[in-house]
Design a protein around this ligand. Structure first.
Ligand code: AMP
Ligand code: ZN
Length: 113
């Protein structure tokens, strides 16, 4: 039975996405609605609903998600970038499969809205 999760479907190739990187643990793809000249998402292949669902056993995996995000940013001309994980609907999370936003290519303001 296929997963109801949008990002699990992207990992499985059931929904098309512009893939940037894939290995046995991690998948990265360009955001469909970019908020900066560079905007992609890095996700663990393991389904976790968000940062609040990370277990001790996932620590290395999530560290890898962040490392790959920074590396891909560098490789795509956005070494200076913002890495964001939204945790919960009030924080702006709309897809409940943990994802790291990587945004770059323009100056960023703080705090975010
Ligand atoms: P969030 O609001 O933090 O849950 O971020 C979800 C992100 O997923 C948004 O930036 C969306 O534009 C992006 N998104 C939703 N559907 C797709 C899709 N099919 N392919 C690529 N990005 C998507
Ligand atoms: Zn999922």
């Amino acid at each position: 039975m296929s997963s109801p999760c949008l990002f699990c479907k992207i990992i499985a190739g059931e929904i098309p996405a512009k893939k940037l990187f894939e290995d046995e643990d991690v998948f990265a793809f360009w955001d469909i609605s970019p908020q900066a000249p560079t905007h992609f998402l890095v996700i663990p292949k393991k389904h976790l609903s968000g940062p609040g669902a990370i277990l001790n056993e996932d620590e290395a995996l999530i560290g890898k998600v962040v490392r790959i995000g920074a590396q891909l940013a560098r490789e795509n001309g956005a070494e200076q970038c913002r890495l964001v994980m939204n945790n919960g609907a009030e924080a702006g999370q709309t897809v409940f499969h943990l994802h790291l936003h990587v945004l770059g290519g323009r100056p960023m303001s703080w705090p975010p809205g």
